[in-house]
Design a protein around this ligand. Sequence first.
Ligand code: M6R
Length: 608
Amino acid sequence: MCGIVGYVGDRTALPFLIDGLKKLEYRGYDSAGVAMVDGNSALVEKCEGRIQALEERLLHNHIEGKVGIGHTRWATHGKPSDTNAHPHTDCAGEIAVVHNGIIENYARIREFLQKRGHVFRSETDTEVMPHLIEHYYEGNLEKAVQRAAKDLHGSYAMAVVSTKEPDKIVAVRNLSPLIVGLGQGENYLASDIPALLNHTRETIVLEDGEMAVITRDSVRVLSLSGEEREKNTFFVPWDPVQAERGGYPHFMLKEIHEQPGALSETLRGRLSPDGRVVLTEMTMTEAEALAINRVFLVACGTAFHAGMVGKYFIERIVGIPAEVDLASEFRYRNPVITPGSLLVVVSQSGETADTLAALREGKARGCRVIAITNVVGSSVAREADDVIYTWAGPEIAVASTKAYTTQVEALSLLALYIAQMRGHMDIYQLNEYVMHLRMLPRKAQETLERCAPVQELARELAAHDDVFFIGRGVDYASALEGQLKLKEISYIHAEAYAAGELKHGTLALITENVPVIALATQKEVLEKMISNITEVRARGARVIIITADGLEGLDEYSSSIIRVPDTHPLLMPVLTAIPQQLLAYYAAVYRGCDVDKPRNLAKSVTVE
Ligand code: M6R
């Protein structure tokens, strides 16, 4: 949540800061601001609203400087307002700070500083930072920041500039990502890779508890106790073009259409000609694979829905019991973790605070951890024992689309790989799965081509206030993903139910013309599903069925029917996600919503 950028170089910092903030706007977008150091004062411009509002302000109040920091905010402490927007400054207006995360002990620090005469202007937790640095400053910014950081509890990434040392940015990472970009005669700072892509792909990724001192010609990384750290340079594998809209009206629509390519990239090199799964990146030994006796799949939001499908893969393909947990619940529910427990965390960004905390909890309790993530070098990738990357490319829209379908695909690869190592599957079964996987990108493309009628259905949905989704088995996971997508971007109230569960209460809400989206791709429960569809139709529901080729007898039960190509039943969530994503997308467009930046949300949730 929130985005940080920074620039130190020979040019004026503003163009980089604004460009970088626009690239990070998906991380938070209720207010924005910049600070630049010029001579004796830190020049700050900030306001409530989007980056565009900030740009308009800057037209009337142009500020310049060759060292600067910027921020786009997702409010935690204090409502979105000009005053609460970052950067925040100290009493003298000489030190400016931008911050991501939460300072848990800010109230105590604020009181301490107020007693010593510091005057606060905002309601934010962040404002304690510049005042605390001011309090500790004795001629060395680096040391003052180190000293202040030791007093701060919580998760944060901060960037600091000061007129007293106008040639540098000092940045600290603690549980919230920060990356230094390396340039020629200039260096950059960002909380997220897309801000850097137009300028450099050579980076240094800071670890928790590390501080960077960035000048025009140098980057020093230190621990918070002041020891110098040797850091490797990390080359970002993403192409800058991937982070542009490329002619689409929204990133979400572009990313929906990128799915065939993303699915194919995620499979690249991972299926052998003789029909086996090859995951060269895995360090897990055969003995370790054989020792697994239980799998926990842990994630948030859309990634959690992928995890639900993963549970089916693990149980059906590997034959091991699997549990799926919301990351925010996992660490506090005291799960029974015994030797042989495997933890699989799923996260597009690899930075979600709850998922990261669950990973650490699992590791502390002795679990082997496998991460499925889309961001190379992200926190979960670095902390897990093994990583399976989804090669979906940057996902910018807040609503997750290609990340989800590639996560499901990656989870199927993981299950097949473990089953293969344990000798759990015969080669014919394995080859059959692999064949279905090979055809998946093409079938995703075909699904997209069949989705033209979805736009009209979305127009109808857009007029409703409540929509229900039902499904059984993996279709229930798909229904949950479909309803999340719809409510997240169109603000239509949507709920998903296991189809057999409706009659235990929710059927009371099904009245004349209420739209019910019924996912019916699982042959083994098709008759049961038809009964559930009949139940809602009997109450007047308008039923849209999403099913697959080859499943007959459904037309008479639906007002509209969308068919995806046939695939393995467990891989259906990949294909059925696509019409649901488009339904949500077009419904949001018809309702005039800001599709890529839905209200109150942010792409990467780095606070608990
Ligand atoms: O980056 P992550 O996959 O860990 O993010 C998890 C959720 O915050 C994310 O999937 C969220 O639910 C999406 N906005 C849904 O579209």
